[in-house]
Write a protein that binds this ligand. Structure first.
Ligand code: HEC
Ligand code: HEC
Ligand code: HEC
Length: 406
């Protein structure tokens, strides 16, 4: 029988150890990549409802037509299996596909440009090794010629893509910098919360301009002002309240709705508390935007129509018709025109949530306005609702509101 010498033994052993620690390092890299993919919410756009994760095909509206997200599973034929780390990084940071095509900025590469090299490598490992390959052909965008030519996107990028990985601000804490990195980079919060300019570009990609995260129209919703304004922004929320909002969708007085609920479900709910705290610390450091309402309007607005436009019309629409199946019409609505105004006042003060039923398990919520609107404002709003769009009901007074406010 052949005996192993001590040397051979040692060599074998250390070889085995090296292999297993390599394996452990690889597992950690995979987990880290998975976490980062959550933080970047890749699944949100690259998955159709009910479809395979990351297989693409989700139609996304753009000003010139519909664009479809692509298959980013590692299938070599229809997905990104042939992508090298460099190809992958170029797609995420520079918006360039492997074949050289410029990508539409529906893919948030202006934000992903800030991802660090280490995080990029971990994401790549996850997409190559942690995601199951799915065979699914990509769909071409429904954009008519000549707008479908991709080369003009090169000019767009020249104008609006700021290259460069996130650079920590040495005057700020490590926690603040982590928050800034997640919000401006992977979290691409600005893709929804920053107003867009004439060429669909976000007006700012970081806090150097106070348009950043100052709120934006988004497919019939208003993606809130995330800056410091007390009334229109998150100024009145504490850090724990913000953390709890991002973790569970409710934070004390607030709850979320619309696409933010999806962001929470797929992304922020999975982040570690220390990352959520970092995000909250960063958001709370942002000053008010010069465009925010309470800095331009000194006196509280007491005109019913203006209040309606500001607080209600995004959900119930300008014409009071609501969105069938989601928000109720306020025109010819018995709650609005009832002889007693108590219900409509309560709804405004306390908000409401639709019941979950077997027929419709989605619970639509309306926020409470008790802390945002004073008695005079609520009375003006109710009187507006009760006399618009053919509604005819008696007017109410401040004291009616006061009586119901606790
Ligand atoms: C807000 C939506 C959105 C999010 C979030 C998003 N993508 Fe995309 N992505 C797209 C769209 C749309 C395209 C296709 C753009 C086009 O065809 O010009 C795309 C294209 C790509 C491509 C190019 C693929 C190809 O087929 O050449 C890669 C790679 C990619 N995304 C990876 C990612 C990763 C990784 C994440 C998460 C870190 C992510 N995407 C998050 C919308 C998104
Ligand atoms: C896909 C679009 C989208 C993205 C990405 C997005 N949000 Fe939102 N967010 C919205 C919309 C729409 C609303 C308004 C709905 C609401 O008030 O509940 C909102 C509301 C919020 C609110 C206020 C909640 C409230 O009750 O009014 C906070 C805080 C918030 N988002 C934080 C973030 C942060 C932090 C990020 C990045 C990690 C982010 N959002 C990314 C769409 C988005
Ligand atoms: C984020 C979207 C949203 C906003 C903003 C909003 N609502 Fe609502 N509202 C809803 C939803 C959803 C319901 C229905 C909840 C349910 O099904 O119980 C509702 C219900 C109501 C009702 C009750 C209707 C009924 O049939 O009982 C009234 C009245 C109302 N809203 C008025 C207002 C007013 C006034 C404002 C502005 C101060 C406002 N809403 C802002 C979403 C919203």
């Amino acid at each position: 029988m052949k005996r192993l010498t001590l040397i051979q033994y040692t060599l074998l052993l250390s070889g085995g150890l090296a292999a297993s620690s390599l394996q452990a390092a690889d597992d950690m890299q995979l987990q880290r990549g998975e976490y980062l993919a959550r933080a970047g919410d890749c699944v949100a756009c690259h998955t159709v409802p009910g479809g395979e994760d990351f297989a693409g095909g989700l139609a996304m509206a753009s000003p010139i037509g519909e664009i479809y997200s692509t298959n980013i599973t590692p299938d070599p034929e229809t997905g990104i299996g042939h992508y090298t780390l460099e190809d992958f990084s170029r797609a995420l940071r520079e918006g360039k596909a492997r074949n050289g095509d410029h990508l539409y900025p529906a893919m948030p590469y202006p934000s992903y440009a800030k991802i660090t090299d280490e995080d990029m490598a971990a994401l790549y490992t996850y997409f190559m090794e942690g995601v199951a390959p799915v065979v699914q052909e990509n769909q071409n965008a429904d954009i008519p010629w000549p707008l479908n030519m991709r080369w003009p996107l090169a000019f767009w990028k020249g104008l609006f893509l700021e290259d460069g990985i996130y650079q920590p601000d040495s005057k700020q804490s490590e926690q603040w910098n982590r928050g800034a990195y997640l919000v401006e980079g992977l979290g691409h919060c600005g893709a929804c919360h920053t107003p867009r300019g004439i060429a669909f570009q976000e007006q700012a990609l970081d806090n150097s301009d106070d348009a950043f995260l100052s709120g934006a129209e988004l497919e019939g919703w208003w993606a809130s002002d995330l800056r410091g304004d007390w009334q229109t922004g998150v100024g009145s929320l504490s850090i724990p309240e913000l953390v709890s909002l991002l973790k569970s969708g409710s934070g004390g007085r607030w709850s979320t709705s619309g696409s933010m609920s999806d962001v929470i479900t797929h992304s922020t709910a999975h982040l570690h508390d220390r990352d959520l705290n970092a995000i909250a610390v960063y958001l709370k450091s942002l000053g008010t935007s010069h465009t925010s309402v309470s800095t331009t309007v000194k006196e509280p607005v007491t005109n019913g129509a203006e209040l309606y436009n500001e607080y209600c019309s995004t959900c119930h629409r300008d014409n009071g018709a609501g969105y069938p199946g989601v928000t109720p019409a306020l025109a010819s609505n018995p709650t609005v025109v009832a002889r007693s105004p108590n219900s409509v006042i309560n709804v405004i003060l306390q908000g409401v949530e639709s019941p979950a039923t077997p027929a419709d398990s989605i619970r639509y919520q309306m926020p409470a306005y008790a802390w945002q609107l004073n008695d005079t404002q609520v009375a003006a709003l109710v009187n507006y609702l009760r006399t618009r769009w053919g509604n005819q009901a008696s007017s109410i007074q401040e004291k009616d509101v006061k009586a119901l406010r606790h």
